[in-house]
Design a protein around this ligand. Sequence first.
Ligand SMILES: [Zn+2]
Length: 279
Amino acid sequence: MAAPGLDFVIHDSLDADIARAAARVAAAARVAALTGAGLSVESGIPPFRGPGGLWTRYGEPPLDGYRRFLADPAAAWRERLHPREPWAVGLRDTLAKARPNAGHLALAALEQAGRLHALITQNIDDLHHQAGSRVLLEIHGNHRLLRCVGCHARFEPHRVEVDPERLPPRCEECGGIVKGDTVQFGEPIPPDVLRRCYEETERADCMLVIGTTATVYPAAEFPFEVLRRGGTVIEVNPHESELTPAATLSLRGPAGAVLERLLEHLHVAGAARARRRVS
Ligand SMILES: [Zn+2]
């Protein structure tokens, strides 16, 4: 697959900033990353809103999706098994085609080198997992997985028996209703993952904020919490965001190209390998 952004030319002043960022990462005791939709754009997943956005093309999901699920879980499951709503079909087809890009692979390489200790993502697309990241906190869930509404256990789909005659499926741990792991509109963020996000944020003295404008709570709080304790926040984004004025360093470019260069400055093996794997 083509790797958008890898033909991006890193000019000298950006490279100097990436070198400064690498020095901060190298000096940090504990590094966390926060990623958002901008990272997955480089994998061919459009943002939800705005020109070319998924919801712009296919229409918006209901803004009370979670309330509807709880009101009639069997109907919600029938729609999940055989999506008819244009937005659901569009999202399913887009996610099925997407593959990790150089940015996802660079973050996995950073973790394997012991330089990244927590990876908080707002994305539901499973691409960090596919790239090999394991210290992953998926704050809005993962579209591939199922989750029990009662005890928050996550399941691989093959581990849950889905009988179309007896919907919704039930949790084998507690008997609770099972739903998709993706956090729907109106659904609270599962408390277990939210607690771990706060714990990792409190432990981090350096946070990379990649492809997110960091305006949606609770994720918007995380970089400011790191800054409040005197830590470093490094923004990686092709566009200026509301975080830019507060960030310690703002690296203006596509995540794939910028993170690969960051790895080179850190002398982390895997950057060149990441480039070959996606080309
Ligand atoms: Zn359960």
